[in-house]
Design a protein around this ligand. Structure first.
Ligand code: HEM
Length: 179
């Protein structure tokens, strides 16, 4: 994971729980808290911070990761406005993540650990995103989708019908958009 992800996690924890909680998470996981945005750190470092946050707050790990994805989204929008085209719908945007956005991210940040999305474009108001990644961060994907939906002011329902955490090869995120 790139340092930028850790920087955003720090921002969220400090905003929600305060600086002393972030410092206690660093203590609990034996980390110094210096995360350079363009450097790569291990996935275990991120996971250990999230687990420590769960132990401290009692909030389930899945819920924390999902909230983190939702929190990240407006920051990604702010730092990368070029990915948001006028007249784009939420569905257009989600369809651009794999072949446009993450392709650019990979060019800018060699070594970024990015997932793969395949899509089933069911119809105007339905899209299935098939997520696969060795990191199995499908809850982060759910949170990013929630953040995107808020940005595009679009209501939706999500059915995470198959999940890598239950042994599936990939996660199926079936989205229905409410006009
Ligand atoms: C709703 C839209 C998006 C979804 C569902 C999505 C999904 C994900 C997920 C799940 C990961 C975690 C890594 C993994 O699972 O293997 C990830 C990583 C990442 N994504 Fe996206 N993403 C979205 C939009 C964006 C946007 C708008 C940007 C902005 C440039 C972006 C940049 C990144 C970066 C920088 C990483 C981290 C790479 C690393 O730490 O090594 N994503 N994305």
């Amino acid at each position: 994971m790139k340092g930028v992800v850790f920087n955003l996690l720090e921002e969220m924890v400090e905003q929600e729980f305060g600086l002393e909680v972030w410092e206690s998470l660093l203590d609990a996981t034996g980390q110094d808290g210096v995360f350079v945005s363009t450097e790569t750190y291990t996935d275990e470092q991120l996971v250990s911070l999230v687990v420590a946050a769960h132990e401290k707050s009692g909030i389930p790990v899945n819920e924390l990761i999902r909230s983190f994805g939702k929190f990240m989204f407006p920051r990604f929008h702010k730092t990368n406005p070029g990915f948001f085209k006028p007249d784009m719908t939420l569905k257009d945007f989600l369809l651009s993540v794999d072949q446009v956005i993450h392709v650019e991210v990979r060019k800018l940040h060699p070594g970024a650990g990015l997932p793969q999305f395949e899509y089933v474009d069911e119809n105007d108001s339905e899209l299935t995103m098939i997520y696969s990644s060795p990191r199995k961060m499908c809850m982060l994907a759910e949170g990013l989708v929630a953040g995107a939906a808020e940005h595009f002011e679009t209501e939706y329902t999500l059915d995470h019908s198959e999940c890598m955490h239950d042994g599936a090869d990939a996660c199926r995120l079936h989205l229905k958009f409410v006009a």
